[in-house]
Design a protein around this ligand. Structure first.
Ligand code: VGL
Ligand code: ZN
Length: 205
């Protein structure tokens, strides 16, 4: 059984959003094609409380991209984004949400961030995604969405860690690229960890 995991296609991660990924919205037609191709599609949502520990606004004098120690883990500071129940946290209009069977929230704990859709950055708490997929007999996962160099990358790395055969759909993701080359590096990291890079064409035909 295969599943498609659609990562964080939320208003704050596309043009006009608080943490806009350059051209983030451009992947939506491709992601919708993928959604039509898979029998099982799940999605993640970045879903932060408004005082989340990754938000730069909580640290006077700090700027976006600075790294702090958040309860023992390195934490990049981000603009306030994807606050629970706000418009910025909603799926982008045009995404085929009807094709999505279940949504898993992450980043809900103020004290720890969660780039991966499976586990928080300290690998302490599960979102339920692993159990859900394994209960359904899923062996292979295909990953698409935003952002390539953060949540997509870490979702893929965690998928590999918990023994899914893991595919990353290169043209169905876009990155923040805080530092030039971050997206290419992310692809390489996933590949080196055992992930398979492919294009939507190879799936949709
Ligand atoms: C993300 C930074 C902070 C992502 C989420 O979805 O890639 N990036 N929170
Ligand atoms: Zn976030």
């Amino acid at each position: 059984m295969n599943a498609l995991i659609v990562v964080d296609i939320q208003n704050d991660f596309v043009t006009g959003g608080a943490l806009a990924v350059p051209q983030g919205e451009s992947i939506i037609p491709t992601v919708n094609q993928l959604i039509d191709t898979f029998d099982l599609v799940v999605a993640t949502k970045d879903w932060h409380p408004k005082n989340h520990g990754s938000f730069v606004d909580n640290y006077p004098g700090k700027k976006v991209g600075d790294v702090i120690d958040l309860h023992g883990l390195d934490q990049i500071l981000w603009p306030t984004h994807c606050v629970q129940h706000t418009q910025g946290a909603e799926f982008v209009e045009g995404l085929n949400t009807k094709g999505i069977r279940r949504v898993f929230s992450k980043g809900t704990d103020t004290d720890i961030d969660s780039y991966s859709g499976f586990y928080d950055n300290g690998h302490r708490k599960a979102t339920g995604l692993e159990e859900y997929l394994k209960d359904k007999g899923v062996k292979d996962v295909y990953i698409a969405g935003l952002a390539a160099d953060y949540c997509v990358k870490y979702t893929a790395l965690d998928a590999l860690k918990v023994n899914f055969k893991t595919y990353l759909v290169k043209d169905a993701t876009k990155g923040v690229d805080l530092n030039e080359g971050d997206v290419e590096k992310a692809f390489k990291n996933v590949q080196e960890a055992g992930g398979i890079l492919l294009t939507s064409e190879e799936l949709v035909g």
